[in-house]
Every structure is written in structure tokens, then in C-alpha cells.
Design a protein around this ligand. Structure first.
Ligand code: SF4
Ligand code: SF4
Length: 296
């Protein structure tokens, strides 16, 4: 079982998984996706979705209590140890993947609970940066840029920022590079031009794309037995990819395979694959029809 207190003690500088970056210290031209606006943010690399129960309700309750606890207990920098101990005692830290650290300092940055983020960040502590006391340490926490920044084109990230306005879905989808790039490639191929963020000011187009990404949570072919929110699973020693065995189903690999893996699909027969393909193609067709109506 994951024991964050022990992990911190044994590997104070170890880098097990991924981290978060300092969204305010901009010393490159890179567009940073972590805290895009006042309506949402991402906390995926701080272990946000790595709890055995990573449902929206469970994580929301966890972050609310942490934020309250932090505000009550942390008055000076030395108090963060006391906060950490109280949090380890109060919460179940059983992880999905033992190799990814679930950081106890992830909470809500705003009263409304719209933005997840680091409770140790200077903006939360009257300018004091307390991240040196975290598992990864200040430098890693402030400097990390996740792969989405390199593999999702900026126009596609801008579209994601336009169409998704809640932290839970935003972080889940933005960190799924295959899902974002493959879906937008399907749309661009069908309309015959590169997607522009402005297209998504149109409510119909925005709604169709949002429906697609909501499948990341409520995809009908996602097995309840699979405790993951993407294509990876942990086999006890390393992260593995959950491939779909089309040969066993007697069919060839679906052209939507990467999307299906991102939705953690489990198919029992060829008919289910056909139905799943039908859902995605119908969504793509809805987008194309709306695009033709408004932009051609
Ligand atoms: S966008 Fe990437 S770097 Fe930023 S918080 Fe999310 S996972 Fe971390
Ligand atoms: S200390 Fe802050 S930035 Fe670092 S992993 Fe924890 S929540 Fe994320």
C-alpha cells in the first residue's frame, strides 16, 4: 500500500512520477496549461487522479478538507509538518499506481473550489514559497512541465481551455495526449482545415466537442473493473498499456484504437466495437455538420 509519509522519509528527493510547475515564473516562451483561467486548473502531476477512489465526489471532498485543514493549521512555515501528519492520518492514501506520489499538499486555491493547485505555493502563503518541505522539493515542483506541453499543439490546448470548464475533466483530458490529438485530427481531416480556437466560440461546436471529452468519465464501454482513467495500468512493478485484443474478437484493429484505449475500453465482442465506433463517428459527423452550417 502507498505510504506517502514513508515515501517522503525514504526518498526525500526521488522522482517517482510527475510533478507540477510554477505557473507564475515564466522564463520561456512556452504556453503553460496548468492554470489557464479562473474557472479551472490542472493538478494531475501532483497525483490528483492516483487515488484508488479518484471519483469526482471523493477527490472534491478530499481537497476541500485539506484546504480547510491547511488554513487552520499552517500559520508559520514549520506548521506544514503538522498539517502533513494530520492529513496522512485523516485520509486513505491507497493509490492506483504505487510508483506515483499522491501529494498531500494539493488542495483548492480559491474559495469556490474551481481551481486545484499547490497549497504551498507563494500565492497561497503571502509570498512565502513553502514547497521546499514537499516530497519533490521546491525546484522540481516549480520547474516541471508535463509532456502535454510538448506534444499537444498550442491551438489544440487553447481549444481544450475553451471547451472544458471544470478542473476534474480538464486535467484528465489535457494530460491524455493521444485522446486530444487523435480527436482533433479526426475533426480537422473531415473539415479539410486545421482547427482554430475561434471555431469553439460557437456553442454548438463547443458542445459537441465537450460531449466527446466527457466520455473520458462516462464512456459506456469502460469496464467498472478497470480502476484506471486512461490507457495505462500498473502490473505490480511497472506501468503497462492496456491494449485491446482485436484478434480475440475476430476483427482488425479499429481506426479509433487510440481513442478507445484512452477511454479505458473493454470490448466483449465485435458488435460492441462497432457500436463504440458508431458513437465516435456520430460525434465527428455532428461536428462536421455544425461546422458546415456556420463556417462554410
Ligand atoms: S498541465 Fe501538466 S504540468 Fe501542469 S499541472 Fe497539469 S499535469 Fe502538471
Ligand atoms: S508540493 Fe505542491 S506542486 Fe509539489 S507535488 Fe505537492 S501539490 Fe504539487
Amino acid at each position: 500500500m502507498n505510504n506517502p509519509a514513508k515515501q517522503r522519509e525514504e526518498n526525500p528527493t526521488a522522482c517517482f512520477g510527475v510533478h507540477t510547475r510554477d505557473w507564475e515564473r515564466m522564463d520561456t516562451n512556452l504556453t503553460v496549461f496548468c492554470q489557464p483561467d479562473e474557472r479551472k486548473s490542472c493538478g494531475a502531476c501532483c497525483g490528483l487522479y492516483n487515488y484508488a477512489d479518484s471519483s469526482l465526489s471523493a477527490i472534491t471532498a478530499r481537497l476541500r478538507l485539506r484546504t480547510l485543514r491547511f488554513r487552520q493549521l499552517v500559520k508559520v512555515p514549520g506548521d506544514i509538518e503538522c498539517y502533513a501528519k494530520a492529513t496522512f492520518s485523516a485520509e486513505d492514501f491507497t493509490p492506483r499506481y504505487a510508483v506515483i506520489y499522491c501529494c498531500e499538499f494539493l488542495g483548492f486555491l480559491d474559495e469556490a473550489g474551481k481551481k486545484v493547485g499547490c497549497l504551498l505555493h507563494p500565492t497561497q502563503n503571502s509570498g512565502l514559497d513553502l514547497r521546499a518541505g514537499s516530497f519533490y522539493g521546491q525546484e522540481i515542483c516549480a520547474g516541471h512541465i508535463c509532456p502535454s506541453h510538448h506534444f499537444i499543439p498550442v491551438n489544440q490546448a487553447q481549444i481544450m481551455i475553451k471547451i472544458i470548464n471544470d478542473w476534474y475533466l480538464y486535467g484528465l483530458c489535457l494530460t491524455d495526449i493521444d485522446l486530444v490529438t487523435n480527436y482533433f485530427r479526426l475533426l480537422a481531416d473531415r473539415i479539410g482545415e486545421e482547427l482554430k480556437p475561434d471555431f469553439f466560440d460557437n456553442l454548438l461546436l463547443k458542445g459537441v466537442a465537450r460531449e466527446f471529452f466527457k466520455w473520458k468519465i462516462n464512456w459506456p464501454f469502460r469496464s467498472e473493473e478497470i480502476n484506471r482513467l486512461g490507457k495505462y495500468y500498473f502490473d505490480g512493478s511497472q506501468l503497462m498499456i492496456g491494449y485491446i485484443d482485436y484478434e480475440k474478437l475476430g476483427i482488425s484493429i479499429s481506426p479509433l484504437d487510440k481513442i478507445f484505449m484512452s477511454f479505458s475500453s473493454t470490448f466483449h465482442n465485435a458488435e460492441e466495437v462497432a457500436k463504440a465506433e458508431g458513437l465516435v463517428w456520430a460525434n465527428v459527423q455532428s461536428f462536421v455538420s455544425a461546422y458546415q452550417r456556420f463556417f462554410e
